[in-house]
Design a protein around this ligand. Structure first.
Ligand SMILES: O=C(O)CCC(=O)C(=O)O
Ligand SMILES: [Fe+2]
Length: 374
């Protein structure tokens, strides 16, 4: 079996494969994975090939021990407003979902369907622009608040993913709307405003579920920074050999994710990959590493991945709640949550320490390094 992901690779045919050179050429084409598909590739480049035990074709299970299909919880936010009748009940349900799954879907979240559909279509229009037009947004410079790229960490990752991304850093500093590509400008602004409001409601519910004042998590800056992405997963000619996103947990406080009807997102639950089945109009919410940290491990930042598919294209729109513009902010387990029976399990850490470790680790779980007892 061929060995991949260690710089130089010697294929079964005996010729030398220069991985670094291929990766660089791919990056410098500035056309992303969509560019490969448009060029008509029928075999994926080797730097996309996951080891066989990792690729999606190798393992997937979605049933519990009774054979019933496992699913992440779906929570109805109707009546969960500030003075709503279901507020307490919903906070409890959310708390349970965050403790057990780290993932749930919400319906009746108050964001109009046309805003969601508009953003999916806006994302699609951007990624389906002619290559030359998209190229001018192509960048890996994290100082740029608007950038198109394929594979965050392309050069560091063991293996590339079958996916392109448009990134918009919408907060904490206001993003000049003129910087956003015209093909999705209005849609992105509308989507972000709505997701930002929903994010604040969720933070209140998370705070209440933890037994804290409603505004606690907002007050410590959990919704200060927001990054809106439009991922594009082209159809893949060899979907069993690669992934749309490798297994990872999100390095933020939490994520709101809009996905289209294609599917492919999977959550690692009790050792099994569970499909996050698309529900029309629903949004997927997941806890990130930083909420796991501040909740002292009570809320779980759960690993997930996206499979590649022969059908497509799939579009997803995550909004990450993370502020990487205040690198010297310190986060650690919230003191009010600690007792003799619940001592801190993590250190207090500087945001930039955590983020640079998380970046260096690529897409693996970074929080473990900051445990007090290793
Ligand atoms: O596209 C998806 O469904 C998930 C993407 C994801 O996990 C991420 O961007 O961190
Ligand atoms: Fe993720």
């Amino acid at each position: 079996m061929a060995e991949v992901g260690n710089g130089h690779y010697s294929s079964g045919t005996g010729h030398q494969y220069d991985r670094d050179k291929e990766v660089k050429a791919f990056d410098e084409s500035k056309r992303g994975v969509k560019g490969l598909v448009d060029a008509g590739v029928t075999k994926i480049p080797l730097f996309f090939v996951e080891p066989p035990e990792v690729a999606a074709g190798g393992w997937s299970s979605t049933d519990d021990e009774t054979g019933a299909r496992l699913n992440i919880p779906i929570i109805d936010l109707g009546g969960a407003g500030k003075a709503g009748q279901r507020r307490e009940e919903v906070a409890r349900m959310i708390g349970r979902a965050c403790e057990t799954w780290g993932f749930f879907q919400v319906v009746n979240h108050g964001i109009e369907q046309k805003v969601l559909d508009g953003m999916i279509e806006g994302g699609r229009r951007f990624h389906e622009l002619p290559g030359e037009e998209k190229m001018r947004f192509y960048s890996r410079d994290s100082k740029r608040k608007v950038r198109f790229y394929s594979n965050y960490g392309l050069y560091e990752a063991r293996c590339a993913n079958w996916r392109d991304t448009l990134l918009l850093e919408v907060a904490p500093e206001p993003l000049d709307p003129h910087e956003i590509p015209l093909t999705c400008r209005e849609e992105a602004i509308e989507c972000w405003k709505n997701m930002s409001a929903l994010g604040n409601t969720l933070l209140e519910l998370f705070s209440e579920a933890l037994g804290l004042q409603s505004s606690y998590l907002q007050n410590i800056g959990c919704s200060e920074g927001q990054v809106l992405l439009a991922h594009y997963y082209p159809a893949c000619p060899e979907p069993d050999l690669t992934l749309g996103v490798s297994k990872h947990s999100d390095p933020d406080f939490f994520t709101i994710l809009l996905q289209d009807h294609i599917g492919g997102l999977q959550v690692l639950h009790q050792g099994q990959w569970v499909n996050v089945t698309p529900v029309n109009g629903a949004l997927v919410i997941n806890i990130g590493d930083l909420l796991q940290l501040v909740s002292n491990g009570r809320f779980k930042s759960v690993e997930h991945r996206v499979t590649a598919s022969a059908v497509g294209q799939r579009i997803s729109i995550p909004c990450f709640f993370l502020n990487n513009r205040f690198p010297f902010r310190v986060y650690g387990p919230i003191k009010e949550l600690l007792t003799e029976d619940n001592p801190p399990i993590y250190k207090d850490i500087l945001l930039h320490e955590f983020l640079s470790h998380s970046r260096a680790k690529g897409l693996d779980k970074a929080l473990d390094k900051f445990k007090l007892c290793q």
